[in-house]
Design a protein around this ligand. Structure first.
Ligand code: 5GP
Length: 118
């Protein structure tokens, strides 16, 4: 069981943004932008490559709703999914990173300091 499954079943707390029967959005514990939300399906897919494409429609709508809720829909945001070890994936439960709240540059993807994005 991944750490994100433990967050889903309440074993580990999270700072929740939005939840429905199929998806959960919560703040990343180590934000890499002023706003950094993780969006996950409740079903555990290892990563994007292993994901059933059938969930992506509903997941897209959920991500769009989270972006709007966070006030990012007008100004913009970055959506990332790291896939596998070469992609920098650390938690093997499909998740999208929703990053925003500043003008994001393209060359700080390995920098953990959110201030460096501004
Ligand atoms: P990955 O590198 O797999 O794409 O991203 C995993 C993300 O999960 C990282 O940005 C990391 O900060 C975040 N993360 C890891 N453990 C926890 C946790 O227990 N709670 C929260 N909210 N985020 C976590």
């Amino acid at each position: 069981m991944t750490i994100f499954s433990k967050i889903i079943n309440g074993e580990i707390p999270c700072n929740k943004v939005l939840e429905n029967d199929h998806f959960l959005a919560f703040h990343d514990i180590n934000p890499k932008a002023p706003i950094h939300i993780l969006i996950i399906p409740k079903i555990e897919y290892k990563n994007f490559q292993e994901t059933d494409p059938a969930i992506m429609g509903e997941m897209t709508t959920f991500i769009q709703t989270v972006a709007k809720l966070m006030g990012l829909d007008e100004g913009g945001y970055r959506l990332i999914t790291n896939n596998g070890s070469d992609g920098g994936q650390e938690v093997f439960h499909l998740h999208f990173h929703l990053l925003g709240g500043a003008k994001l540059s393209w060359n700080h993807l390995s920098d953990s300091d959110s201030k460096n994005f501004i």
